[in-house]
Design a protein around this ligand. Sequence first.
Ligand SMILES: [Zn+2]
Length: 431
Amino acid sequence: MKRLLEVAVVICLFGIAARAQETKAPPKTIAVKAAHLIDTKAGRVLEQQVVLIVGERIEKVGSAKEIQVPAGVTVIDLGSATLLPGLIDAHVHLTGDPQDSGYKSLGISVPRQTLTGAKNARLTLAAGFTTVRNVGAASYSDVALRDAINAGEIPGPRMLVSGPALGSTGGHCDENLLAPEFAHHDEGVADGVPAVLAKTREVIKYGADVIKFCASGGVLSKGDLPGTEQYSPAEMSALVEEAHRQGRKVAAHAHGAQAITDAAKAGVDSIEHGSLIDDEGIRTMKEHGTYLVADIYNDDFILGQGKQYGFTDEMLEKERMVGQQSREGFRKAAQAGVKIAFGTDAGVYPHGGNAKQFAYMVKYGLTPIEAIQSATVNAADLLGWSDRVGCIEPGKFADLIVVEGDPLKDITVLERIKFVMKGGQIVKNEL
Ligand SMILES: [Zn+2]
């Protein structure tokens, strides 16, 4: 017994010594010089700035005249380029690709989806999205992906993940492509208040940071209509109350007007899609401070290339019903002052093309700086991560991106990211 104790003590001491060694090396200091820096909080452009980074965080930001760059510090001079905080996409599905849609989806294993996620995490980060909220994935493949990225094993954005999305039997968040004899239910299916409560607790148990559920029917599913409600107000309220009790925010997939209003009344933190939003929905969302996360680019992709990617005729027909309406709804909601966070539903269309949506947001009512704020400060607020991402200021993670040109004059420059830094580490440099 004594011998065992001695061994344990030696192992402990060795562990402490190894950790002490790790902490010995001082964190690296980097100074980034930017001719233009977008202050996403104030919504303005600052000229001739220096960002001082120590380790993975921003230490200081200020004008080149004020900030003394200490000797021996690595200096990255961006020349005439524009510096922004890393972008945030609040609605992605990293573990899915559009070519895996429709019936093809049934032949793809969860391990395969997880590896697809590793590929898409890399593409998303290279596109300047240093943070994503992944809302819906099979069997916690997103939890595995998040943990591998956090462990530094694979490159990728910071991830907030939901695990399987909750929904009713036969609804958008169930799987209806198989015949009854397969007796298959999606893992997020829960009917009735007690089952919804239990499922909410279950996904939190297995690693969900956020809860996603289907309040209405959807487009890329069989046998349901985007406009119909799929959870009762009682089920939604129970879910939201439990999630919030456990410190998790809630994202509600909702196309239909009734589902949007009822989900907002139940206290969800964001409405995803919001395609058929009406005046009451807009009023209710404003009253409750609910974010709208509307994927208003991907209609072009689905109607243009969905057929060859395996989307069924029914899916394409439903997309024709809601695609353009969602853009008009977005314009109305934005003009009425509903809070907007950037979310693309990437996975429905190819990952890495997230920034294509900015031009559509500007076309449908936002100013360029508002579009940028939707993908930075607003999305950070929605995620509950305002303390760490969304703007360039002391204390935040050194998640930075660089574009050539002025995104406030031409928002499409965000589709061509030249430099990406995540947590003080350069992950892309084409300057
Ligand atoms: Zn989605």
